[in-house]
Design a protein around this ligand. Structure first.
Ligand code: SF4
Length: 373
């Protein structure tokens, strides 16, 4: 593969080794800093490793977001969604409002409700339990992918119960999987700048491990391109890898590029435009080479990158297109370039055009049927 293009011997050596074992943090840092046409062999190697690990299938899920409130006392510097309780745009859905949203998704064939919202200062585990029971009583077959580690930590504190007890209650009430959001960048230096009121790095790790030990698997996420260094991106990947080797409960890795347009830290002039296109591609490729089959599913976020660039990112080591994502108000508030609703047909077209195989899945990657249009 390298015969006709100019590739440094160190790059070649690292990429060759990636076909046999996950690359080290040091090699991840080296690859993250590749420039120019040397990026091509990195992407090709990641794509080839992807093919070896998960084949040519590209999965996605028919899902529906239920953002039950935008009131949030955490107020992260990158978020355009959260509002103070007295903001004219603040809302908190009642049971009827939640069921109305769920019904719309259900009619569109949703297999998963993503139950997410701002962090209510006084929310308790009993309140989240109520939301789960409400949805499960009406839609028992739809999986619920819900809440964040910060929400669970705060609600457990408000309910004066330990986090493992909280997860037992939520699992019994119908929580199927945990989104693994609030990870952002798992270094306290970055978190202190962009989300000082969220869980710390160690708290995020602890809550995720407690959930997984309670039998609630979920996603590993990363929101990058704001205040972190390249080394912190790689450190984050390594933390996820270590968690997975320990508890094994991540179904997927979801890198989310920072959407600057409406974020407070951009509007206040503290940050520039976020990650560049090649940084996005290198993140996917390095993640694939660090994870290999440790976390086999790597998702592109079309809602954050737009359809066209998401499709290109599927050539950099990724194998999942996320969801149809009906009603994702968090991304909508951040300025999603291609909107926040896709149809199965839209996603299928992107995959077919790559010559790969579109497959619908559920939250835990059980596959359904090949899709033909
Ligand atoms: S990202 Fe989540 S926790 Fe942070 S301000 Fe937005 S809604 Fe609140």
């Amino acid at each position: 593969m390298y015969d006709r293009i100019n590739v440094a011997s160190k790059t070649k050596k690292i990429l060759d080794s990636a076909f046999d074992e996950p690359i080290s943090v040091e090699d991840g840092n080296y690859l993250m800093n590749l420039k120019g046409s040397e990026i091509y062999p990195l992407l090709a190697a990641a794509d080839a490793v992807r093919e070896e690990i998960v084949g040519d299938k590209v999965t996605f899920i028919n899902n529906c977001n239920i953002n039950f409130t935008n009131i949030c006392h955490v107020r992260c510097g990158f978020c355009a969604f959260g509002k103070d309780p007295d903001d004219p745009e603040a809302y908190l859905l009642d049971d009827e409002g939640i069921l109305n949203k769920a019904e719309g998704g259900y009619r569109d064939g949703a297999r998963e409700f993503t139950l997410m919202g701002g962090v209510l200062e006084d929310a308790t585990i009993e309140y989240y339990e109520h939301l789960l029971k409400l949805l499960k009583s009406h839609y028992p077959k739809v999986e619920i992918h819900g809440f964040s580690p910060t929400m669970i930590r705060d609600a457990a504190l408000n309910s004066e119960i330990p986090v493992d007890e909280a997860f037992k209650i939520l699992k019994k009430a119908g929580l199927d999987t945990l989104p693994g959001t609030a990870a952002e960048i798992l270094t306290d230096r970055s978190r202190e700048i962009i989300c000082p009121k969220k869980v710390t790095t160690q708290e995020w790790i602890d809550v995720i491990k407690i959930a997984q030990k309670a039998g609630i698997t979920g996603s590993a996420t990363m929101m990058y391109g704001h205040v972190e260094t390249m080394e912190e991106r790689v450190e984050h990947l390594d933390i996820l890898r270590q968690i997975q080797l320990d508890t094994g409960g991540f179904n997927e890795f979801i890198p989310m590029t920072f959407m600057h347009e409406h974020s407070p830290i951009f509007l206040e002039g503290q940050r520039d435009l976020g990650a560049t296109g090649t940084q996005d591609l290198k993140l996917y490729a390095v993640a694939r080479l660090m994870f290999r089959d440790i976390i086999p599913n790597i998702q592109v976020s079309w809602v954050k990158m737009g359809f066209r660039f998401a499709q290109v990112s599927l050539l950099a080591g990724a194998n999942d297109l996320g969801g149809t994502l009906g009603g994702d108000e968090l991304s909508e508030a951040s300025g999603a370039p291609d909107g926040v609703n896709a149809s199965i047909r839209d996603l299928t077209k992107l995959v077919n055009d790559l010559g790969r195989d579109p497959i619908e899945r559920n939250s835990t990657y059980t596959e359904f049927y090949p899709i033909e249009f």
